[in-house]
Design a protein around this ligand. Structure first.
Ligand SMILES: Nc1ncnc2c1ncn2[C@@H]1O[C@H](COP(=O)(O)OP(=O)(O)O)[C@@H](O)[C@H]1O
Ligand SMILES: NC(=O)OP(=O)(O)O
Length: 316
């Protein structure tokens, strides 16, 4: 490859967890090690990468664990649980990726940056929670949890019921200069879980707020800030579909910005799952014909970079 291509990779839930395995730290490490084989392959093909991972299941479980244990030890606030997920997921990726790179004789530092992301405290999202976190429940269980704990529960893209929390838009990455400085020499794992949501005070200080930022939208912000060429969103499906799960489902290899906007308006993408991915993909390429967004699965990531599969979004 002649020109170095900068890629920000957003890792979805299946890159960190396998539904057939227990939700333990050990199982996560095993899955992350598999994921890192794909990431190392991309890095070894000459792409410069940064990694943004999700944390929806993990932060939901940590919050629940912390709240359940509150009679024994004080519950951890929301933002602290977000920071904890960045720490332990980043730690696993560091271990896995260093090893996968070393197997390929590529010696490159891999570091996790505990990243704060500024949101607007007046963001409408605080009045309309949409971000699913934690485990899946039946409708009956969800109703009981709402009665007992006061959580807001919603159905998640035909997969079951989950707690939903506010998910404000990412406005500014506090540690962005550090990420830029590291870029040429290091693989940075940044904005994990969308970043720890913080609001800015008048004196310039920041403080945590109860929310979970969408990691695909945070990855988009990072990709813009560092001047990436490609935003690659890795999830469970190889391609984005219209009429998803209907008899006339159509998998898409390419969407222009206009087409994607039309499909969003028509409601083809589920809020809290595919919709923020398409939103992020569109935002990154809109008015930038030289940029590319790709939505595909982890397993097809290399093929998608080679133009063989995935859904590409471009403004042309
Ligand atoms: N129109 C669509 N096309 C493809 N997948 C869709 C669509 N609408 C909803 N989905 C669902 O969204 C999922 C991706 O969202 P999610 O699992 O929340 O993301 P993540 O991989 O980041 O954890 C897909 O696996 C699929 O089940
Ligand atoms: N924070 C976030 O978007 O996490 P998931 O991708 O796991 O939902």
């Amino acid at each position: 490859m002649d020109k170095i291509i900068k890629v920000v990779i957003a890792l979805g839930g299946n890159a960190l967890e396998d539904k057939s395995m227990p939700s333990t730290a050990e199982a996560q490490l095993e899955v992350v090690k598999r994921t890192c084989e794909y990431l190392a392959e991309i890095s070894c093909t000459g792409y410069e990468i940064a990694i943004v991972h999700g944390n929806g299941p993990q932060v939901g479980r940590l919050l629940l664990a912390s709240e359940t244990a509150k009679d024994v030890t004080p519950a951890m606030p929301f933002d602290v649980c977000g920071a904890m997920t960045q720490g332990y997921i980043g730690y696993h990726i560091q271990q896995g990726l260093k090893h996968s790179l070393a197997k390929r004789n590529r010696i490159l530092p891999v570091v996790t940056i505990v990243t704060q992301v500024v949101v607007n405290k007046n963001d409408q999202a605080f009045n309309n929670p949409t971000k699913p976190i934690g485990m899946f429940y039946t409708e009956e269980e969800a109703k009981r949890i709402t009665d007992e704990k006061g959580y807001i529960m919603k159905e998640d893209a035909g997969r079951g019921w989950r707690r939903v929390v506010p998910s404000p838009m990412p406005e500014k990455i506090v540690e962005v200069d550090t990420i830029k400085r590291l870029w040429d020499s290091t693989i940075a794992i940044a904005c994990g879980g969308g970043g720890i949501p913080v609001v800015e005070n008048e004196d310039g200080s920041v403080e945590g707020i109860a929310a979970v930022i969408d990691k695909d939208l945070a990855a988009e912000k990072l990709a813009e800030d560092i001047g990436a060429d490609i935003l690659m969103i890795l999830t469970e499906v190889e391609k984005v579909s219209i009429n998803f799960k209907k008899p006339n489902q159509q998998d898409l290899s390419f969407m222009t910005v206009k087409e994607a906007e039309k499909y969003m308006e028509e409601g083809h993408f589920a809020p809290g799952s595919m919709l923020p991915k398409v939103m992020a993909a569109v935002k990154f390429v809109k008015s930038h014909p030289e940029r590319k967004s790709i939505i595909t699965s982890l397993y097809k990531s290399r093929d998608a970079l080679n133009g063989l599969t995935g859904t590409v979004v471009q403004d042309n």
